[in-house]
Design a protein around this ligand. Structure first.
Ligand SMILES: Nc1ncnc2c1ncn2[C@@H]1O[C@H](COP(=O)(O)OP(=O)(O)O)[C@@H](O)[C@H]1O
Ligand SMILES: [Mg+2]
Length: 291
């Protein structure tokens, strides 16, 4: 079973290679028999790359997304904000593979230490993307936590090895999101708001995703649950690449590595949160100044 254990780092390749002996021009006798080891740190990394994506739903005349491009390095936290109806959820749906871009590409690209692409880009496989929808608890279908979590698991195919592997990952997912104290018999609908979100996350984390997407993860929660979810995302960020759509910019600010604003018509622009907050402040002062 251990052979199937999957660590998040195995997805992106080991970052620390085997120790190698220090290369020295001195003969071994001059090294005073001291065996010095050098840990070779490899900084190669993966990056989600979305290039010039347009999307027009079949049978319609209007593009919902127009030339969307952005990149998100592994284990970083990206935030997309913007007005309602601008196309944020549409973009997430493309990333999760629910629909295909009309044009443009969505890939994972690996880079060398020097920042050069070191292999051809790979498609982002929908099965390797975890998506937590807005208000995920509305879609709970089972009457026990165990059934809810295993709902999408293979029934016939896969065999015991796959199920062992999934069970192991599920255990880890429960630990990650702090659900390990919860009885598996419990009705998911009876959990508190924050615990429902944790459960929705655990379901997605059972197969460690290359990309974890969350659409408005704080919406509808009370202040305590919101703070819990923010803390949880901070913890998950150490292991996963996370892309969030949210209006709750202040609460997420500390976690964000990259941020973009989606403008009406499906145009995505990189915008640092600090710049956004400053522009809001200026607007507020202007409004106060103009009678
Ligand atoms: N399948 C569809 N066909 C036509 N219009 C759509 C479809 N899905 C969403 N829209 C429209 O696309 C726009 C963007 O929607 P959405 O991505 O949900 O925005 P956001 O998540 O930013 O609020 C909205 O005007 C919405 O009504
Ligand atoms: Mg939306």
């Amino acid at each position: 079973m251990a052979a199937f254990a999957l660590s998040p780092s195995s997805l992106f390749g080991s970052r620390i290679s085997e120790p190698v002996a220090l290369i020295s021009s001195k003969p071994p006798s001059m090294l005073n028999f001291k065996r010095t080891l050098l840990i070779k740190i490899s900084c190669d990394y993966s990056c989600l790359e979305v290039k010039d994506v347009h999307y027009r739903p079949p049978g319609t005349q209007i593009n919902l997304l127009n030339g969307v491009s952005f990149s998100l390095p592994e284990k970083s936290f990206g935030l997309i904000f913007g007005q309602s109806g601008s196309g944020k959820t549409t973009l997430l749906q493309l990333l999760a593979g629910f629909s295909k871009p009309t044009s443009g590409s969505i890939h994972i690209q690996r880079y060398t230490d020097e920042g050069k692409p070191n292999q051809s880009p790979k498609s982002l496989v929908p099965e390797r993307v975890g998506i937590v929808f807005q208000f995920p608890e509305r879609y709970f279908v089972a009457d026990s936590v165990l059934d809810e979590v295993t709902f999408g698991w293979p029934r016939q195919r896969g065999g015991p090895q796959l199920k062992d592997y999934l069970a192991l990952n599920l255990q880890r997912a429960f630990n990650w999101v702090g659900l390990n104290g919860i009885s598996l018999d419990k009705d998911p609908h009876s959990l508190s708001g924050g615990y429902k979100r944790r459960l929705a996350l655990a379901i997605q984390l059972a197969q460690v995703p290359d990309l974890l997407i969350l659409d408005e993860p704080l919406a509808g929660l009370d202040w305590k649950a919101r703070a819990d979810v923010v803390k949880l995302l901070k913890h998950l960020k150490k292991e996963l690449t996370i892309l969030v759509v949210s209006h709750d910019l202040k609460e997420l600010e500390d976690l964000v590595d990259r941020s973009w604003r989606m403008e009406m018509g499906g145009f995505l622009r990189e915008e640092q949160l600090m710049v956004y907050f400053q522009s809001r402040l200026v607007l507020m002062h202007l409004n106060d100044a103009i009678p």
